[in-house]
Structure formats: C-alpha cells, structure tokens
Design a protein around this ligand. Structure first.
Ligand SMILES: Cc1ncc(COP(=O)(O)O)c(C=O)c1O
Length: 444
C-alpha cells in the first residue's frame, strides 16, 4: 500500500466529509515554488496554487523569512483588545494600495467567508436598509451571511437568509437571455436596473456584492462595461458597491485588484486567499464611515494574527517590487494563446477565457448544443493528476477547468504543465482514462 493510500484510509476514519471537495487521491507532504510533493515523494506541478492562495509560489523564502522574524518577536496578541503593531502597518498598506481617494479603514479576519460575513452583517446597520443583492453563480463563502449572498449551487442548496436577492451575472457563453455580446447591449444589467430593482427597491437595498471575475461560478470574465454600469446604478441610488477580491486580488488578474480593470473605486473591497501567501488572513477595506458603523460587531479572537499580517506585508512588498501583476498579465496571455491553439484541435473544448492568470477551459459534449461535458471534465482533471499536474474544476455545471498557477511560475514550467494538460485532454477524447477510478471523486 502506498503512503498516500494509507493516509487516505486513515483520513476516511478520522476526518468528516463536510470539509472536502476531492478531485483525485493525494496527500501532500512538502512543497517548493510551483511544485508539490506527495507523501510518496511524487512531484506535481501545482497549477491550482491551492485554490489561488500560494500565488507567490510555495514556501516563498522571503515570506518564510518574514514569518520567522515575526514568530521570534510576537506569535500572538488578540487584536480585539490588544492591538499589535504589524496589523496596523498592514492596514495602512492596504489602504494605500486599494482604489479610491476617499478616507478608508480596514477590518481583519481569517477567511474569505468571514470577510463577506462582515458585508452581510454591517451593510444593513450602516445604511439602515435591509436587503442585499448578489449574483447568480457567485461564491462568497460558507458562513450563513456569506452563503446567503451567494448564488453558486454549492451554497444555494442551503436556504440562507431571505433578505438577499440575486441578479443574473453576464455569463455570455451561456447567456440566460439567449443574447450575444455586444449586440445585447448588456441586457442583464438592464434587467437588474429595470426588473430586479423593481422587486428589491433601491431605497431598501443596503449593498450590491459582486465578483469582478466570477471564479467558482465558472471563471466568467464579464464584458468591460459591466462593473462600471453596475457602479453607476449603485452610485445614482446611494447603494454601496462591494467587490469581492478574495480569489482574484493581489495581482492574479494582471492588476493589483481586478476591479482596477474597470477604473472605478468600489465603496468596499473584501480580500483573503493570496493576501498572506498561505497564512490565514482576510480583510475588508472600505469607506471609513462604513468600517466605523458598529462598535464591536464582527470580531474574532485570532483576527489580525501578527504572523499572518507579517506574511501579508511581505507578500505586498514582493508584489509591488517585482511587478507581479504585469508578469501575471504576460504569462496569462501566453497561457490563453496556447489554450486557444488547443481549442482548434480539440472539440471537447467549448470555450477558453480568462484574465491574467485566472483561466477557465469550459468543456462541452458538442460545440453546437454546448451541452456541458461534466464527467469528461472530472476525467481530464484526474488524468492530469496521474500525469503530474494539479488542476481543479468549477462552474454551475462542473465543467470548467480552473487554471490558477503561481504568478511566479516560469514559462518553461508553464509549457511543461500545458503539455501535460494537452496529453490529458487527448487521453480523455480517445477514451483512455479509467472511468471507475474517476467516479469515486464526485468533486462538486
Ligand atoms: C470569490 C470568493 N469569495 C469568498 C470565498 C470564500 O473564501 P474562504 O474559503 O477563504 O472562506 C471564495 C472561496 O473560494 C471565493 O472564491
């Protein structure tokens, strides 16, 4: 029995299923740069960055160094009552790098979910309005408020709170209005303005929360006018606009924050995943009056953990110093180019899309009907794993391969990973994947 199998059978007995989404059998032992190694010593290229967290590469030596220095100085103080210096320095830095010249303040938590929970709790208090609006397909987190704002099928299976409304997101490949962009003139945003707001009147709408690129919903990049038009609708009606940068912030999209592609400054930004290069940390940065709206209303004992904050400061310094967003834009272009070449040869690929280094490959049974090829997607991801490449899939129909490599990956490693991707795709199309093995991994 391999050590991976042995550990997985022990996991089966010791850890409940509520915690996992699994795509293949793996147990990770160590990692470095763009590579991870399982407990049997097998090497993989990590084209997932562990759900877009390890954006500066695994065990980045500069981050490790910053963390070691912080641990020697102060492992913990509870910011709730005993503020630490490093978290104040980080708040100032986040205010500096986030868009908007208005007065801003920060809040800190531990995960993307608790940052979006802040929105659910605080925006109604701040505005005196009860409703919140999110988008179909969106993923804002697993806690009750965050899931109530979400429209992803993994979260809509819970009833959630009834004071939330959902509008269609511009998923142009599968337009809910059966239109084509740009001829549609963005009918979805007209629908939001004329129909959704009719049923959820602006006078009672505290905030709209949106992902600038819908990630778990299927790596959907909205048309460029979408966010600016949404911003205008909100501004004209005194509704706060919240942008969820949990997955795509910190350089991945080709800008520090993905919303910067739209040249607008939202009232509030939520962030987490890559912000501390793997140490648990989340933040909300927004207009000072929103962040001060309620005293002691959303706090956790370990929020603003000094070690995570030190990792985050080091992360931001590297992103700015090494011009990581620009690098992500270039490598992302290269990945899209190579995947578009694969599109020409592989009919299983229905659509290739992305911005910077968040890229989606949507698989279909037939390009005409666009019937989702969900099981084939699970097979592709599994086969890639067998060949030494870690990728995952997302989307309403579980048929979009998500590619979120470390932003620091070299072109040589990128090519190696894409060669494996191509071979895995070929094996799926030629029916060379063991389907029985894949069936055990239901994914999501
Ligand atoms: C856009 C977005 N927001 C929020 C979350 C929730 O973050 P976490 O899993 O850290 O709670 C996720 C997680 O995938 C996400 O992609």
């Amino acid at each position: 029995m391999s050590r991976v199998s042995e550990y997985l059978s022990r996991e089966e007995k010791s850890i409940g299923k509520t915690i996992g989404i699994r795509f293949y059998p793996i147990v990770i032992d160590r990692a470095e740069g763009s590579n991870v190694y399982d407990v049997d010593g097998r090497e993989y290229i990590d084209f997932s960055s562990q759900w877009a967290v390890t954006s500066l590469g695994h065990n980045n030596p500069e981050i490790v160094d910053a963390v070691k220095k912080q641990i020697e100085k102060l492992v913990f103080s509870s910011h709730t009552s005993f503020p630490n210096a490093v978290c104040i320095e980080l708040a100032e830095k986040l205010i500096e790098v986030s868009p908007g010249s208005f007065e801003k303040k920060a809040w800190f938590g531990l995960s993307g979910s608790d940052a979006n929970e802040f929105i659910y709790k605080i925006m109604p208090i701040y505005s005196g309005r009860r409703r919140l609006l999110g988008f179909q397909g969106s993923y804002h987190g697993q806690t009750m408020g965050a899931l109530s704002l979400s429209g992803h099928k993994a979260l809509t299976r819970f009833i959630g709170f009834p004071n939330t409304v959902k509008a269609p997101y511009p998923y142009c490949y599968r337009c809910p209005f059966k239109q084509s962009y740009p001829e549609c003139g963005l009918l979805c945003i007209d629908f939001l303005e004329n129909n959704v707001l009719e049923n959820a009147p602006a006078e009672d709408l505290a905030a709209v929360i949106v992902e600038p690129i819908q990630s778990d919903g299927g790596v959907i990049v909205p048309p460029p006018e979408f966010i600016p038009r949404l911003h205008k609708i909100c501004r004209d009606r005194g509704i706060s606009l919240v942008v969820d940068e949990v997955k795509v912030g910190f350089g991945r999209s080709g800008k520090f924050f993905a919303v910067e592609h739209s040249n607008i400054a939202p009232d509030v930004l939520t962030m987490a995943k890559p912000m501390a290069s793997g140490f648990p940390l989340s933040a909300v940065v927004g207009r000072a009056e929103i962040m001060d709206a309620a005293l002691a209303a959303h706090l956790f004992t370990s929020s603003a953990h000094p070690v995570s904050c030190a990792a985050s400061l080091a992360t931001i310094n590297i992103i700015l110093r090494d011009k990581i967003p620009e690098k992500a834009a270039r490598t992302g272009e290269y990945i899209l180019k190579r995947l578009n070449e694969l599109y020409e040869e592989h009919p299983l690929i229905g659509d290739v899309r992305g911005k910077g280094m968040i890229v989606g490959v949507e698989l279909v049974k037939d390009r005409e009907s666009r019937e989702p090829a969900s099981f084939e997607t699970a097979c592709l991801v599994y086969r890639a794993y067998e060949l030494g490449l870690l990728i995952t899939y997302v989307g309403t129909y579980s048929n979009v391969v998500e590619i979120t490599p470390p932003l620091t990956i070299s072109i040589e490693e990128t090519d190696k990973a894409l060669d494996i991707f191509e071979k895995a795709l070929d094996d799926v199309e030629k029916d060379r994947v063991d389907k029985e093995k894949v069936k055990k991994f239901a994914g999501w």
